[in-house]
Design a protein around this ligand. Structure first.
Ligand code: C5P
Length: 218
C-alpha cells in the first residue's frame, strides 16, 4: 500500500535507533526519533537555567522552543532555536535530566501533537520511542516492542557513547525505572505489539525480521 507506519518501542539500549533507521531506509521512508525530541527540549531547559524538576517552568520552556526535526534516516539532524544540538542531546547532562522533562504532561502533549502531524504528513515512516504504539500511533501498521537482556543493552549503549559499561548499566536501570513508573504515558508494551528479544541478534537479523513481519501486514 502507499503508506505504512511502523511503531518501535522499548527500553534504552534495545537497539531501537539503529534498527529503526535501517528499516526506514529499506522502506524508502522517513524516520522519527521521538527520544531526540524529548532530549532537545531538555537541552533547552538546561540552557535556560530552569530546574528540570520544576514542571511549570519546564512546560513554559518547551512551549517557547522551536524544534527542527530531521527525519532523513541517513542524517536525522535536530536543531533547537536554530542551534545544532545533535552532539549535546546525547551527552551526560541531557541524559541525566531527560526522564524528568519527559514526565511533564504538557511537554508530552506538545510533542505528541508534533509527532502525530509528522506521521500524518509522511508516506512510509518508522517512529521510535516509548509510547508510540500505545499513545502516539495506536493505528500503526506494525507495532514492535524491542527488548534485550540488561547486559546486552548496557554493552550496546556503552559502545555507542564510549562510556564505562557498569556506569551505563546503572544509568539505563535508573531511566527505565523512571520511564516505566511515571504517571503520564509510561513505557509500556502495547497489547497488540509484537515483542522481539534482540539479545544475540545482529542488526541485520532484527531489520529483516521486522521487514518480514511488515510484509504480512500490508
Ligand atoms: O530513546 P532515548 O534514550 O533517546 O529517549 C530519551 C528519554 O526520552 C527516555 O529515557 C524517556 O524518558 C523519554 N522518551 C519518552 N517517550 C518517548 C521517547 C523518549 O518519554 N516516546
Amino acid at each position: 500500500s502507499e503508506r505504512c507506519v511502523v511503531a518501535v518501542d522499548g527500553p534504552s539500549g534495545s537497539g531501537k535507533s539503529t534498527v529503526s533507521r535501517r528499516l526506514a531506509s529499506r522502506l524508502g521512508g522517513v524516520y522519527l526519533d521521538t527520544g531526540a525530541m524529548y532530549r532537545s527540549i531538555t537541552w533547552a531547559v538546561l540552557r535556560s537555567g530552569v530546574d528540570p524538576q520544576d514542571a511549570d517552568a519546564v512546560a513554559k520552556v518547551a512551549a517557547e522552543t522551536e524544534l527542527e526535526i530531521g527525519t532523513d534516516p541517513l542524517a536525522p539532524h535536530f536543531r533547537a532555536d536554530g542551534m545544532d544540538v545533535d552532539a549535546e542531546i546525547r551527552g551526560p547532562e541531557v541524559t541525566a535530566h531527560v526522564s524528568a522533562v519527559a514526565a511533564v504532561p504538557a511537554v508530552r502533549k506538545q510533542l505528541v501533537d508534533q509527532q502525530r502531524a509528522i506521521i500524518a504528513a509522511a508516506g512510509h515512516i518508522v517512529v521510535e520511542g516509548r509510547d508510540i504504539g500505545s499513545v502516539v500511533a495506536p493505528d500503526a501498521t506494525l507495532k514492535v516492542y524491542l527488548t534485550a537482556s540488561a547486559a546486552a543493552r548496557a554493552q550496546r549503549r556503552s559502545a555507542e557513547v564510549a562510556a564505562d559499561v557498569d556506569a551505563t548499566a546503572a544509568d539505563l536501570a535508573r531511566r527505565d525505572q523512571l520511564d516505566s513508573t511515571r504517571a503520564a504515558s509510561p513505557l509500556k508494551q502495547a497489547g497488540d505489539a509484537v515483542e522481539l528479544d534482540t539479545t544475540g541478534m545482529s542488526i541485520d537479523e532484527v531489520v529483516t525480521a521486522l521487514h518480514d513481519l511488515l510484509k504480512t501486514r500490508v
